[in-house]
Design a protein around this ligand. Structure first.
Ligand SMILES: Cc1ncc(COP(=O)(O)O)c(C=O)c1O
Length: 354
């Protein structure tokens, strides 16, 4: 059998190792200068006034909601097809995650479904740029009254742009993830990006036990900090964001060229830039294709989850768009270092199932 092909391969190496060594030698493993350095670079990359790093993308989502004082009695609109964390954090704030259906072709929230789900209790919409494809932002804005806050789950969208504006800078706050399947990784990590100083300050308090300054704790908080060790790993990668995205665009192009006549391939809308967190195709015989790829030593995976099929959200639905996406989506091996030969091997197997 040929060499196995991994689903994802983080693009980390000697620069990250050197950066880790430097932090270890400094003795300042957390709450040191690497945090601010990484945050400044992130704010610059996203084009927001502030970026506060936290321990995961989930922590970023959780703190963005808490910083907005979303809680019991409130509703937050969430797509029915997304990573469960998007909705889980809403529920864990004591608010209700109100699921709405997605367009199965793009995997993204349907603005007319959002409009239909608005009630007097709706405080926010969690817009997910799923797999890196930017949400139709203007359509979303016009689908809800102005007092409803638009938040971005940009976990997979660092580098993506909606009509030129970076994802993470579209909503009142953007939530990033640095999990190893993301374009920039710190192993685990996340960030909240925003132009609003008060929101940024609230996130910073909440990630650090609730301290405004040491001894002054207006409300309780968590330890959701990202240590210097991990910020140091993120800095050299973020410096290469454009290069990493260009490499992913090249791999996506190889796949699309070979697959677009066979099945539904991912793309961004005209004028947008896809963030290529993952390369997710859709086909009827998804389960057979997944098994077939695995038999050949090729790691593949379902796209993500239809939340109304999970216990906390079973009472909601039906969501035929999310069902279709859940049953048909297939994430192919995808990394900056994926080779054209690897793409050829994946395509050869997939072609048997279309
Ligand atoms: C859309 C989406 N939201 C949130 C998250 C959570 O991020 P993390 O794994 O960093 O907590 C992910 C992670 O996969 C995601 O894909």
């Amino acid at each position: 059998m040929s060499d196995p092909i991994r689903l994802a391969r983080p693009d980390v190496g000697t620069a990250e190792l050197a950066a880790l060594g430097e932090v270890i030698e400094s003795g300042q493993l957390t709450m040191g200068p690497k945090v601010a350095e990484f945050e400044t670079s992130l704010a610059q990359a996203v084009g927001t006034a502030h970026a506060a790093v936290v321990s995961s993308g989930t922590a970023a989502l959780h703190l963005a909601l808490l910083a907005l004082e979303i809680g019991p009695g409130d509703e937050v609109i969430v797509p029915a097809y997304t990573f469960p964390a998007t909705a889980n954090v809403v529920e864990l704030c004591g608010a209700r995650a109100v699921l709405v259906d997605v367009d199965p072709d793009t995997f993204l929230v349907d603005p007319s479904a959002v409009a239909a789900a608005v009630t007097p209790r709706t405080r926010a919409v969690m817009a997910v740029h799923l797999f890196g494809r930017p949400v139709e932002w203007e359509a979303l804005q016009t689908s809800v009254p102005q007092e409803i806050v638009l938040l971005e789950d940009a976990a997979g969208a660092l580098g993506a742009r909606y009509r030129g504006t970076p994802c993470g800078a579209l909503g009142v706050a953007g939530c990033l993830s640095f999990h190893p399947r993301k374009i920039v990784t710190t192993g685990e990590g996340g960030a909240v990006t925003t132009d609003e100083a008060a929101l940024d300050e609230a996130v910073r308090r909440l990630r650090h036990h609730g301290w405004a300054t040491l001894g002054d704790m207006p409300s309780p908080g968590f330890n959701y900090r990202l240590p210097d060790l991990l910020c140091a790993v993120g800095i050299p990668q973020l410096a290469r964001l454009e290069e990493l995205l260009a490499a992913r665009e090249r791999v996506a192009g190889w796949y699309t060229e070979r697959l677009e006549s066979l099945l539904l391939t991912p793309s961004a809308a005209e004028g947008d830039r896809h963030g290529w967190q993952a390369y997710v195709v859709q086909l009827e015989r998804r389960d057979e294709a997944l098994a077939g790829l695995r038999e050949e030593g090729i790691e593949a995976q379902i796209g993500t989850w239809a939340l109304h099929r999970l216990d906390p959200y079973r009472a909601q639905g039906p969501f035929p768009g999310a069902d279709q996406a859940f049953e048909r989506a297939l994430a192919l091996p995808f990394a900056t270092t994926t080779t054209e030969d690897e793409v050829e091997r994946v395509v050869a197997v997939l072609a048997r199932f279309v």
